[in-house]
Design a binder for this molecule. Structure first.
Ligand code: MCA
Ligand code: AMP
Length: 516
């Protein structure tokens, strides 16, 4: 089935009464559905007036706000390509994305304009506008004179809608290009699978620069005409306060751990809720059980990727199995293969490969990398290792990629190692993930000093902080004489993980330096 322009698909779900509220902010300001329609039209007209053509990229690094969501919808309507960027990214990171994606328009936070503007101009970007958390900045005034109607441009299902950058194992980020059809088909499947219905209210506390918060959460609400209670960022108490007015919540496991740490989180607080969804990182079976004991509700865990949107889900009505990510969603072909490419039997661990209308066609301007990641028969190699039980439930048991997931954010060790290895006093480094009660995994840097040097953990962190988003910063720094290597010369990170998990078990405190 063709989904056409993703905006048109979502628009069909809006309620008949457009004066009903669609988003309520923390401050209590309500946006109605007609405002969503009219402001996204004005912004789409602005994109056209600025000379943007279908396929042109709009790079956006702004704080979460309803207007940021409207800019996303406007970009879809104008058939341009939305490129959301983590608000934590620093100058060097932003420079890479702008240089790689060559956007025609960059929208940044007003307080960052002084460095984003010259950087964007250097890369030939024609327009830079700003948008702050309260709708302040130059974007909305620029759109104020534009008409509030816009004929959403028709597109093929294969037309690119978004580019989501995901870090690469080489340290270089890749832009996953998702089409209107990829995102739209997945939104329809989830709409049905999770039984979105009239009367639902989504409590939205995720960032909107990732697949989870932007697609999975917002599209579910928009497609079913359901209002959203909007928090600018996750705060356990603010969530608990709003739960009685909501029916659905989506979060990463860290959010569930933090909710459970609050005394006020109880069956009473969750009485109006019909669905808690978890994803982006493994949800511990212990957290699932503790949640059920406390609230009487079973969290629904699902699994997806930026390149594929959602792939599997525990069932809405059936058995939700802790420690598993459920069953392949309708339309998703998922197979688990051994090293020879043969499908594994029940219980055996292998590489997860997927195919379906939701799976992207390739990475932005990286044909070789794209070819590498697909099999000859069109399956995408997820990089995740998993197994399937006799009932078909999938469990993720590891990753073939060297990747750390901290609080739902992905961190590629190679990116940090390349920077650390270039710092004074460092001979070489290995970056690993250690178990962390709050974030699931915490980043740790293991440093071998240059001859005669005595690197200081705080100084290394300060140097890293200038270059990378702070969520990637190591929470622990260990100094040792030599990295363990196998006979091929490859660093044995498993040995480092074992050694330091024992030395510093679960310490989400300030970074420390120690000798090993
Ligand atoms: C923030 N910090 C972090 C993290 N988040 N450090 C490590 N890991 C993190 N996840 C750092 C900040 O940079 C800051 O550092 C300090 O912690 C405090 O910042 P704050 O914003 O107060 O952080 P927080 O409250 O601890 O945030 C935790 C969080 C947040 C609420 C769990 O990380 C979050 O919203 N995560 C959701 C990520 C997400 O949406 N992932 C979806 C990816 P400093 O003080 O030094 O500045 S999409 C995906 O994965 C696929 C498709 C899927 O399946 O969904
Ligand atoms: P991203 O590249 O940010 O899209 O992250 C996708 C990765 O997150 C997947 O390849 C998995 O490794 C991981 N992931 C997402 N959901 C889950 C889950 N429910 N359990 C375990 N890992 C997950």
């Amino acid at each position: 089935m063709s989904t056409g322009n993703l905006y048109d698909l979502l628009r069909r779900g809006f309620p008949e009464d457009l004066s009903a509220w669609c988003i309520e902010t923390e401050a209590g300001r309500r946006y109605d559905w007609s405002e969503v329609e009219r402001t996204s039209a004005a912004l789409a007209n602005l994109l056209v007036a600025l000379g943007l053509r279908p396929g042109d990229r709009v790079a956006v690094q702004v704080p979460k706000s309803p207007e940021a969501l409207l800019l996303y919808l406007a970009t879809l309507r104008a058939a341009c390509v939305f490129l959301p960027l983590n608000t934590g990214y620093r100058q060097a990171e932003i420079e890479y994305f702008i240089g790689d994606a060559e956007p025609a328009l960059v929208v940044c936070a007003p307080e960052n304009a002084s460095w984003v503007e010259p950087l964007a101009r250097r890369h030939g970007v024609s327009h830079v506008l700003t948008l702050g958390s309260e709708g302040d900045g130059s974007l909305l005034p620029a759109a104020a004179a534009q008409a509030q109607q816009f004929d959403t441009r028709p597109v093929d299902d294969a037309a690119p809608a978004c580019i989501i950058y995901t870090s690469g194992t080489t340290g270089r980020s890749k832009g996953a290009v998702l089409s209107h059809g990829n995102i739209g088909s997945n939104a329809l499947v989830l709409h049905h699978y999770w039984r979105w219905r009239c009367g639902d209210v989504l409590l939205h506390a995720l960032p909107i620069f990732h697949v989870h918060g932007l697609f999975v959460a917002c599209h579910g609400a928009l497609l079913s005409g359901s209002p959203m209670l909007w928090l600018s960022k996750f705060d356990a108490r603010a969530v608990i306060e709003r739960l009685p007015r909501a029916t659905i919540f989506m979060g990463v496991p860290t959010m569930y751990v933090r909710l459970l740490d609050e005394d006020g989180f109880s069956a009473q607080a969750t009485r109006s809720m019909r669905l808690f969804v978890s994803g982006s990182a493994p949800l511990l079976a212990a957290t699932f059980r503790q949640f059920e004991e406390r609230t009487g509700q079973r969290i629904l865990e699902r699994y997806g990727m930026s390149e594929t949107v959602m792939l599997t889900s525990n069932p809405y009505d059936g058995r939700r199995e802790p420690g598993t990510v459920g069953l392949p969603l309708p339309g998703v072909d998922l197979r688990i293969v051994d090293e020879d490419g043969n499908e594994c039997g029940a219980g055996a661990v292998g590489a997860i490969q997927v195919r379906g209308p939701n799976v992207f066609a390739g990475y932005w301007r990286m044909p070789d990398k794209t070819r590498e990641e697909f099999t000859d028969d069109g399956y995408f190699r997820t990089g995740d290792l998993g197994s399937r039980d006799a009932s078909g439930y999938v469990s993720i048991v590891g990753r073939s990629r060297d990747l750390i997931i901290s609080g739902g954010y992905n961190i590629y060790p190679k990116e940090l190692e390349l920077i650390l290895d270039g710092l004074d006093g460092v001979a070489e480094s290995a970056v690993i993930g250690l178990p962390d009660r709050d974030y699931g995994e915490a980043v740790a840097a293991v440093i071998v000093p240059a001859p005669g040097a005595r690197p200081d953990g705080s100084a290394l962190l300060a140097a890293l902080k200038e270059r990378i988003a702070s969520f990637k910063l190591p929470r622990h720094v260990f100094v040792i004489d030599e990295l363990p290597r196998n006979t091929m010369g490859k660093v044995q990170k498993n040995l480092l993980r074992e050694r330091f998990a024992r030395v510093r078990p679960d310490r989400p405190d300030q970074p420390d330096a120690c000798s090993g």
